[in-house]
Ligand binder design. Structure first.
Ligand SMILES: [Zn+2]
Length: 47
């Protein structure tokens, strides 16, 4: 569970958990990057 996730914008690994966002196809994980401050979504464990 403690797998570092890279920010797709700046490549930083200091991302923080922002919770779930339910969609029709399943759950999407919201994360925020501490380095660049941008938010992004991840689906499951695959990019
Ligand atoms: Zn970033």
């Amino acid at each position: 569970m403690a797998r570092p996730f890279k920010c797709p914008y700046c490549g930083g690994t200091r991302t923080i958990w922002k919770g779930f966002r339910p969609l029709q196809q399943g759950k999407v994980r919201l994360r925020k990057c501490k380095d660049c401050g941008r938010k992004f979504k991840t689906r499951k464990m695959v990019i």
